[in-house]
Design a protein around this ligand. Structure first.
Ligand code: SAM
Ligand code: SF4
Length: 472
């Protein structure tokens, strides 16, 4: 590993400035003008983001929520992209105090999937109907860039019936530039790394000094190294509960602005996991984020970075997901299992977690089919679309969302086509019935156009001839 930082790497998290901006008083006039700017689909500055974060009065908060809801509908429509995490191995050289994989936890059961086990996991996920996965790894010399690339290749080449994984994302330790080149070569989608906390004191508290991960700047610089190595599809995140939620949102927005300024491409996604109970976890979390704060942070992120996808994971319960989705979430996982090997080995043990073998406890253990049915009942379109990534619409091209009509031209038709494939190949009768209703209602909403005609032709071709994977 080459542990040198990007040339000119700098710590772009200005703690003092963030604290100062967060000390501003709630100002209804300022909030109004910030929301107007945001609804014109312009990214917010740090000062404007802070103005929304300090809002406390219930009526003003409602206007923030209403604006976030509107912006989500306008930019992302009503699609929700679905994926599943797939844990590859939990060996770890680090000792992050919040994690069930930390090295000092001797009772943690450690395991890395063999190629054969990985194939079985992928086949099971394909049998459930998944098309997009995120592979997750602890940090260990075992999980080298070459190993990660190998597992990505195994996943892409595993097929079961009509099933195939069309996009593989990664959540693993930060790499050096050469490492990022190697995983990019393997055809990954997004490379996701969470800073955990952007506050340096809190970072030092949770990441013991004698570990690799204690190096705050090595982690903060990771996205820069990745961009310089040719990756342009990156996911950032913070683990909420380690420090004040408002500070973390400012950290995330600072990170997004930094990447945008330096590489003209912002992060593809932002994640905002909250700390969950885990094996051996005994933390006194002074900054635990409440449900109300969680809702506000999602809404503010939506407004601050309009073109960045927001991911809400199964760490959140069905009821929190239900309440928060509308304010800006664009991706969720479903049918999630964290135990290594659990997709193919624990078929009969649905919902039961064995925390000695897992990173943390999840709160939404519904099946993929249940989640899809629930989304459609709320009039969301569950989507397995992987089109942009596969035909090269990544990085700066994502700004094409800004072009009027992009969603209507590509995203909604692709969502309906991939949903139809799911309904045909994997859905339960109830889900299929709900899907039929949703697709009819979405088609009825569309104006007559050549795209609508092509979509109807492709849906017919799928139903009658089984022609799958026809992308817009
Ligand atoms: N080991 C790599 C690393 O640390 O960068 C990969 C990440 S880890 C397998 C995935 C993420 O899970 C971490 O970045 C952290 O934010 C999150 N995580 C760890 N412990 C957690 C807990 N108790 N509750 C919720 N999320 C947790
Ligand atoms: Fe290891 Fe990642 Fe867990 Fe830290 S968060 S102990 S690096 S798996």
């Amino acid at each position: 590993m080459d542990f040198s930082l990007t040339k000119g790497a700098k710590d772009f998290i200005d703690d003092a400035r963030i604290e100062k901006l967060l000390s501003q008083k709630e100002d209804a006039g300022k909030v109004k003008s910030v929301l107007e700017k945001s609804l014109e689909k312009q990214a917010l500055t740090l000062d404007e983001t802070a103005a929304l974060l300090v809002v406390e009065s219930p009526e003003l908060k409602e206007t923030v929520y209403e604006a976030a809801r509107k912006l989500k509908r306008e930019i992302y429509g009503n699609r929700i992209v679905l994926f599943a995490p797939l844990y590859i191995g939990n060996h770890c050289i680090n000792d992050c105090r919040y994690c069930g994989f930390r090295r000092s936890l001797k009772s943690a059961v450690r395991r890395t999937l063999s190629d054969e086990e990985l194939v079985q996991e992928v086949k099971e996920l394909e049998r459930e109907g998944h098309k997009r996965l995120i592979l997750v790894y602890g940090e260990s010399p075992e999980y080298s860039p070459e190993f990660i690339a190998h597992t990505v290749n195994v996943v892409y080449s595993t097929r079961e019936g009509h099933g195939e994984i069309r996009r593989v994302n990664i959540n693993a330790a930060p790499l050096d530039k050469e490492g990022f080149r190697i995983v990019k070569e393997a055809g990954i989608g997004t490379y996701q790394i969470f800073q955990e906390t952007y506050n340096k004191q809190a970072y030092a508290k949770y990441h013991p000094a004698n570990t690799r991960k204690a190096d705050y700047l090595w982690r903060l610089d990771a996205m820069d190294r990745a961009f310089e190595a040719g990756c342009d599809d990156m996911g950032i995140g913070a683990l909420f509960g380690l420090y004040h939620w408002r500070f973390e949102v400012m950290g995330l927005v600072s990170h997004a602005l930094h990447l945008q300024q330096r590489y003209q491409v912002g992060p593809h996604t932002i994640s905002f996991p909250r700390i969950q109970p885990a094996h051996g976890l005994d933390l006194d979390l002074e900054y635990q984020t409440t449900d109300e704060e969680f809702k506000q942070l999602v809404a503010v992120l939506r407004l601050a970075v309009p073109y960045t996808g927001l991911i809400m994971t199964a760490r959140e319960s069905a009821s929190v997901r239900d309440a928060v989705m509308q304010f800006g979430v664009s991706q969720i996982d479903a049918g999630t299992r964290l135990e290594i090997g659990a997709y193919h080995e624990k078929m009969s043990n649905k919902g039961m977690q064995d925390l000695e073998k897992e990173q943390f406890q999840i709160a939404d253990n519904r099946t993929l089919d249940e989640v899809i049915t629930w989304l459609m009942e709320q009039d969301f379109i569950p989507s397995f679309c992987t089109s942009c990534y596969r035909i090269g619409r990544t990085g700066e091209h994502f700004m094409e969302y800004a072009i009027p009509g992009f969603i209507g031209k590509y995203c909604t038709p692709n969502a309906l086509l991939t949903l139809s494939e799911y309904l045909m190949d994997y859905a339960s009768p109830r889900c299929r019935q709900e899907g039929k209703r949703l697709i009819e209602s979405e088609l009825a909403k569309m104006e007559d156009s050549p795209i609508k005609q092509q979509l109807c032709d492709r849906l017919k071709d799928l139903a009658e001839n089984g022609t799958r994977d026809r992308l817009f």
